[in-house]
Structure formats: C-alpha cells, structure tokens
Design a binder for this molecule. Structure first.
Ligand SMILES: *Cc1c(COP(=O)(O)O)cnc(C)c1O
Length: 434
C-alpha cells in the first residue's frame, strides 16, 4: 500500500516512510492512496472479537508491505495491553472508554502503536531520530510515555506555559531519559508553528533526522480507527451507530471516517467541539475560516486551526457538501460543559471529563434534532481524574486516583523554559547535535 500527500505533489511512499517523514515534503499530510474494503467489518464477524485481533486485521492491509503478519500482531499486542470499556450512561447514550492506558487518555492508542513501529524501524536503521511534538496537554504525555526509553529515539515535547493541567505537565516532565519537555511562552498554536517551522528549516534538516508524533503522523492516526470497530463489536448485531467525537485537531474523527470507508457500519458522525468551533461552523454551511485558539476547560481541544481538516477534505475529494452529509457539528461553552458534567453525574452516577462532556452535549443535541433508534456512542477521551479540579467541585464526588498516578505524582519535574520565536528553538536543537 502506498501513502500519498493531501497536497498531491509528493510521490507515494510506504507506510514506514510516511511515518518517518511525518509531514510530506510538499507540506501535505499522508493518506493511504486507496482505502481497503474489509468485508468482515460489516458482515457480523466482528461480534465480540478481541481488540487486538480487530487491530491486527485492520492494520494488516496498510502495513503488509513493510512488516510480517507476526510483527504486526506482536506490535498490537504490546501496544494495546490495557482494556477498553463501553459504559451505558442512560438516555440511549454509551461512552466508549478510551482512557485505561498509562496516561489515561485515548492518545495512548496512537502513541504506543507508533512508538513500537519506530522502535522496530530504528532497530533496522541504526540512526538516531528526534521526534518533535507540540501539545495542548494529552498528546505530550501520551507520546512521552509511549516513547519512554525506546532505543534510537529522542523526544522533544513543546507545551504552552500555564495552559496544560498540573497533572498533564507532571506526566510529561517527570520521565527524563530520552524525553525532554520545553515550556513555551505562548499558546498551543505557537508550539505547533515552531514544530512546523523546524520541519521546513533546511539547516535543521541537514543536521538531524526529525520526525513528528502529532496527530498529523499517519502512524498515530491509523490505530485510532481500530476502536471504532471494537465499539461496533460490542453493540447489538446489525446496528449502525452514531459516533460522537470530542475534537480539537480532528485526528480522532478522521480515523473514524477512515474506519467507515473500510466498511464499518456507521449511521453518521458527530463532531463535538468547545468554543474553538471552526469545523462545526463550516459544517453548518459557513466557509472554513481558521482562527486563533481560545482557552477552555476542555483544553486538549483548544485548537484554532485543526491540522486534520485537510485530511477530512481529502476523503471527500474536496467536496464540502459530502462532508456536511456525513458529519453533524456542535460547539459548546464551558458553562454548558460544566453543567453536563453535573447532569450526567446526577442522572447516572457516572463521572466524565470536560472533553467527554462536550461529546455528551453534542450527542444529546443530535438526538434532539432528529429522533432515531440508532445507538449513540460518545468517545470518552480522558479519565475524569485528569481533570478532577474541574469535576470534583461540580459533582461533590472524589475521583478515585489510580495507583500508577499516585507514584508519578511523587516524582520530580523538570522542563526547559523557552520563548516563542523560532531562532531560539532552532539554536537549542542544533546545540544538542554537537
Ligand atoms: C487530543 C484530545 C482530544 C481531541 O482529539 P483530536 O484528535 O485532536 O481531535 C479530545 N479529548 C482529549 C482528552 C484529548 O486528549
């Protein structure tokens, strides 16, 4: 299978090459040149299939030119060594709990899968790779944890100063070894811009081997399509669910669109955002107009210019109306988000993080718009404990802290403060090569 750039000028490459490059040389994002149809996703065979079997089966057509079936199987078994759950929260809404991995958010799926592919690749190449990752919170911790101690790989995590939760910062900045965290004096978009500039800087390109681990990397995106299929495998037979995806950079939603095109039965998708509502507005019929990000309590979704929008357009051959038919979009304020955390807890005793709450709001809005009897599955993107300073005062309930977190909280943090201008960042990267 070949992977092509959304900007269409770069030649097609293999999956491993697309992963190494992150961004295509023409500035586009990699996508599969054609999407394989997997009959077994839609003919009832999924029923109760183990997650790792679904994952290996969906990964195979994309990776088989690069890796043996055995290698694919061992990567998914090692990467996905934690459970998924489907919780009923009443009102015909289910939450797909994607937060039982080591950093308690869905990004563990993409990061751990990609880290194992990188390790496999680095072992074959013998050259050190530096991974640059901009984060508004959860990406950084998932990537840092996923790549921790992986041989042949250095990771630089850039996060906006004062704009990630204390817990998210701890998760990134207490690891050490091959993981370095940079605290950027700016907002998330500054972090993302610095990373993009680094990739297009000829001096840096000549001095070191750079790669990305943001949701722009195809190796992060692909594994996120697997759990949509797992959710279908746990629903009643012959149903077409509606998937609601709390979104920021829209990698998670794009992965759902990919699963749908591979043959997974889906009625439609719902894009749920906070006040950073560029995509819902576009889906409502406005033109696409990226903006600066604004800060919200669902901070992992504070993105003003979602990088995966080009991929979504690529999947519909640039036809906006097709995208509008496939996805309904809704945006909510922090006030509505807080209220929904409270409502869900009072109705069902279930605790949700602010991102998942935005999803539940969108699910309810979508059900209100048009009644139907399709199951509605909201992607539960983070464990409520990660946002307990928001969740606990609203519900009056203490969130149980998992043991792994207690251990981590006792560790020393260290990150390097840095300005938002590119030359400072470039000089720092160069200083590490000498
Ligand atoms: C990253 C993240 C999101 C947004 O996912 P995208 O793929 O960027 O749209 C939502 N919720 C949480 C908890 C996240 O960490």
């Amino acid at each position: 299978m070949r992977f092509v750039s959304t900007a269409v000028r770069a030649p097609g490459v293999s999956f491993i090459e697309a992963m190494r490059q992150g961004l295509a040389p023409d500035g586009g994002l990699y996508m599969p040149s054609n999407i394989p149809k997997l009959k077994w996703l839609g003919d009832g065979s999924l029923k109760q299939m183990p997650f790792t079997e679904i994952a290996a089966g969906m990964a195979r057509p994309f990776l088989q030119d690069d890796l043996s079936d055995e290698a694919i199987r061992s990567i998914v078994e090692d990467a996905f060594s934690f459970p998924l759950e489907l919780a009923e929260i009443g009102g015909d809404i289910r939450v797909l709990e994607l937060f039982h991995g080591p950093t308690l958010a869905f990004k563990d799926f993409g990061a751990r899968f990609m880290a194992r592919l990188f390790a496999e690749d680095a072992a074959g190449q013998g050259e050190k790779v530096t991974i640059l990752v901009a984060t508004s919170g959860d990406t950084g911790s998932a990537v840092a944890s996923g790549f921790y101690d992986v041989p042949g790989v250095d990771v630089m995590v850039l996060f906006p100063k004062g704009k990630v939760s204390p817990l998210q910062r701890k998760q990134m900045a207490t690891l050490g070894k091959n993981i370095t965290t940079l605290e950027i004096d700016g907002v998330f978009d500054d972090c993302q811009r610095l990373v993009k500039q680094a990739f297009s800087d000829p001096v840096l390109q000549g001095a070191m081997k750079l790669s990305s681990a943001n949701s722009i990397n195809i190796a992060r995106l692909l594994p996120q399509s697997f759990y949509y299929a797992w959710a279908v495998s746990r629903l009643e037979a012959d149903t077409e669910p509606i998937f609601v995806t709390p979104s920021g950079n829209f990698g998670n939603l794009t992965a759902g669109l990919l699963a749908h095109r591979m043959g997974l039965p889906v009625k439609h998708f719902v894009a749920a955002t906070n006040r950073n509502d560029v995509v819902p507005r576009f889906l409502e019929g406005s033109s696409y107009s990226p903006a600066s990000s604004v800060q919200t309590i669902s901070n992992a979704m504070d993105v003003g210019e979602p990088s995966n929008f080009v991929r979504m357009m690529h999947l519909v051959d640039g036809d906006s109306d097709r995208l509008r038919k496939e996805i309904n979009g809704y945006a909510f304020s922090d006030e509505e988000t807080r209220e929904m955390i409270e409502v869900v807890f009072h109705e069902s005793g279930y605790l949700i993080c602010p991102h998942t709450a935005v999803g539940v709001l969108a699910a309810r809005a979508d059900l209100k718009k048009k009644s139907h009897d399709h199951p509605v599955v909201v992607l539960g993107t983070a464990h409520p404990v990660k946002f307990r300073e928001t969740v606990e005062p609203l519900t009056g309930k203490k969130v149980d802290v998992p043991q792994t977190l207690i251990k981590m909280l006792q560790k020393e943090e260290s990150s390097l403060p840095m300005g938002r201008e590119f030359p400072e960042f470039r000089d720092y990267l160069l200083s590490r090569t000498s």
